[in-house]
Design a protein around this ligand. Structure first.
Ligand SMILES: [Fe+2]
Ligand SMILES: [Fe+2]
Length: 270
């Protein structure tokens, strides 16, 4: 399959089947880089909303609360899938380095499709449909600001996926506490693969940063509306970041990073 065909199918297709299309050998075809569309293709059931999604404050023993959490987890996976497909279309790949970068995105994208399917399947087992609760557009709103691969990796890998390490770890424990081992196991699978996604970002940004420190380079590539505080959850997991090959200096800096935004104190996965 051609790269442009695959990425457009995922980004502009409306149904979950389009978003989770299976792929193996991909041909890097020539095409004019796309502008970021206002919104990805979405059927009514999985329509994107600018409303804030409610995330349950515990009570994960109740199926409805489980479903709300799973809907939110799946939403993040779907947004990651679409943003990755979008990245394949908006950046060029005329050099071996850029081709390598897109190969990294393709393999990450495959994992995100898997995560999305796992969460949706679990949601269905509980008697709910994906999209029964609000699907917010927060991650997507960043996409138009990501003009370069370095900005994309700073936001996607070192911010959103890095925060996911803390969240996936935390909720893996929370679901275990209520004996929902199935959901806990899915979070464990996601967590393991998320570590490799963060390390893909760390590896690349370290390669691109030249003489700058990773801290300096990362900060210079974050859009103004995003703070490094967005790259962590309430319960900071330094060891998971070590496993993702982030250096000690960077990890300590993120851990102690504070700003004026209330987001640093956020307790929910939004
Ligand atoms: Fe994921
Ligand atoms: Fe990921």
């Amino acid at each position: 399959m051609k790269l442009s065909q695959l990425a457009q199918n995922i980004l502009l297709g409306k149904n979950l089947e389009d978003k989770t299309i299976d792929f193996s050998s991909i041909e890097f075809d020539d095409f004019d880089c796309l502008e970021v569309p206002t919104r990805p293709g979405r059927s009514a059931q999985i329509a994107m909303s600018s409303k804030n999604a409610k995330f349950p404050k515990g009570h994960f023993n109740l199926d409805e609360k489980k479903a709300m959490a799973l809907n939110s987890f799946a939403n993040h996976e779907l947004l990651a899938v679409e943003m990755m497909a979008c990245a394949l279309l908006i950046y060029p790949h005329h050099t071996p380095e850029l081709k390598q970068f897109k190969k990294g995105i393709l393999s990450t994208l495959k994992d995100e499709q898997k995560h999305l399917k796992l969460y949706v399947q679990r949601l269905n087992e509980l008697g709910f449909e994906f999209g029964d609760f609000v699907l917010n557009d927060y991650f997507w709103r960043q996409m138009k600001l990501l003009k370069t691969p370095a900005q994309y990796l700073s936001v996607m890998a070192l911010t959103f996926e890095a925060a996911n390490l803390d969240f996936a770890f935390h909720y893996q424990q929370e679901f275990k506490k209520v004996d929902d081992f199935k959901t806990s196991e899915i979070l464990g699978t996601v967590l393991k693969e998320e570590i490799s996604h963060v390390s893909f970002g760390a590896l690349y940004l370290n390669r691109l940063k030249g003489d700058k420190s990773l801290i300096e380079y990362y900060q210079s590539n974050l859009p103004g509306n995003l703070t490094p505080a967005r790259s962590k959850g309430q319960f900071f997991q330094a060891s998971l970041r070590e496993r993702a090959k982030l250096d000690q200096e960077f990890i300590s800096w993120i851990q102690s990073y504070q700003d004026d935004f209330t987001v640093t104190q956020r307790k929910e996965w939004k």
